[in-house]
Write a protein that binds this ligand. Structure first.
Ligand code: NAP
Length: 295
């Protein structure tokens, strides 16, 4: 359990869902978790994590008097390419000056690079409103921190997987996968490695933008097939684009269309280790009480 992040004030976790809950557990407190629904707040409180239900974009926030750090993990909300939810959240923070601000963005801000390499020095070229909202949010967070002299970190996070975040249902349904030659490299990170990165950012001195992925650019097909093999489920059928457009969800198709090879020239600064997909899959299945029945 980490204590450094919490020794000087409360860590406000805005948008305390899958990642935030595991972060709160790892930090051990004091934290205040903000979520949208009463059901999520009650579940967090039952798990021993102080939480309140509030609309982050609603203009009225419970801001702790001894605020130490802000970790913003909520998705963007707004029209067009603007994250109005974060704008309202920052305004509602008022005159507070936490030690640091961490914003979780996505690698989606790089858009479709046609398969080329991107790293933190690559200018983002978001290709849709959702990715533009992310970039807008990054810039808002940076500007807010710069105006107050607050240390800031932006994580551009690849696809998050972990316990209860694996495409097991899709495998059980027999959903096919887009063949690797029709898509770009895939990038992902195990949730607990992301949590370790958040903890390192909170307790250390890192500042700026970091890409976060495990360094194994397996395509979605390769990862899903490996999951099937390890979990002892039927290996999915490979299909081309024409069939994929008929049978895969629009969200997955949009994700598959962006081709880029994400690298980081900064990750070493955080001093974290990232587990390879095989290990991450096995760890996830074990936590879910499922055995790695296959290879
Ligand atoms: N999934 C991925 O592969 C991926 C990849 C890169 C980055 N990210 C981003 O990383 C961040 C953390 O991901 P996650 O998986 O932990 O997300 P998550 O499980 O969906 O949690 C999001 C949390 O935000 C809260 N929230 C949403 N809108 C809110 C509002 N208006 N006011 C107050 N709370 C609000 C939700 O509250 P309720 O529980 O009450 O709904 C939930 O607790 C998110 O921004 C996500 O988009 C995700």
């Amino acid at each position: 359990m980490e204590t450094g992040a919490t020794s000087t004030g409360i860590c406000l976790i805005a948008g305390c869902g899958y990642v935030g809950t595991r972060l709160a557990r790892r930090l051990g407190g004091p934290v205040l978790a903000l979520v949208r629904t009463a059901a999520s707040a009650e579940a967090l409180c039952r798990a021993g994590i102080p939480a309140q239900a509030v609309d982050l974009g609603g203009g009225d926030l419970p801001v702790p008097g001894d605020l130490g750090a802000v970790v913003y993990l909520a998705p963007p909300g707004g029209e067009g390419g603007f994250d109005d939810r974060l704008r309202a959240f920052l305004a509602a923070l008022g005159g507070v000056r936490p030690r640091m601000f961490l914003y979780a963005s996505t690698t989606g801000v790089y858009g479709d690079a046609g398969g080329a390499e991107v790293d933190e020095a690559t200018p983002p070229t978001p290709g849709n409103d959702r990715a533009r909202q992310r970039l807008d949010a990054e810039r808002q967070a940076q500007a807010w921190c710069a105006a107050r002299g607050v240390r800031w970190v932006v994580f551009r996070v690849a696809a998050i997987y972990g316990p209860h975040r694996l495409p097991l249902e899709r495998l059980r349904r027999g959903e096919p996968v887009l063949r690797p030659e029709d898509t770009g490299p895939g990038h992902r990170i195990h949730v607990d490695d992301l949590v370790a990165a958040c903890t390192a950012a909170l307790t250390g001195t890192a500042e700026g933008i970091f890409n976060l992925m495990d360094g194994f650019p397996w395509s979605v097909a390769e990862f899903t097939e490996r999951l099937a093999a390890i979990a002892g489920l039927p290996v999915p059928r490979r299909i081309g684009w024409a069939e994929a457009e008929r049978v895969l969800s629009p969200g997955l198709l949009a994700f598959l269309r962006d081709r880029r090879r994400v690298r980081s020239h900064r990750l070493a600064e955080l001093g974290i280790s990232r587990r390879p997909p095989d290990t991450g899959i096995r760890d996830s299945l074990r936590e879910m009480g499922l055995s790695s029945a296959g290879r």
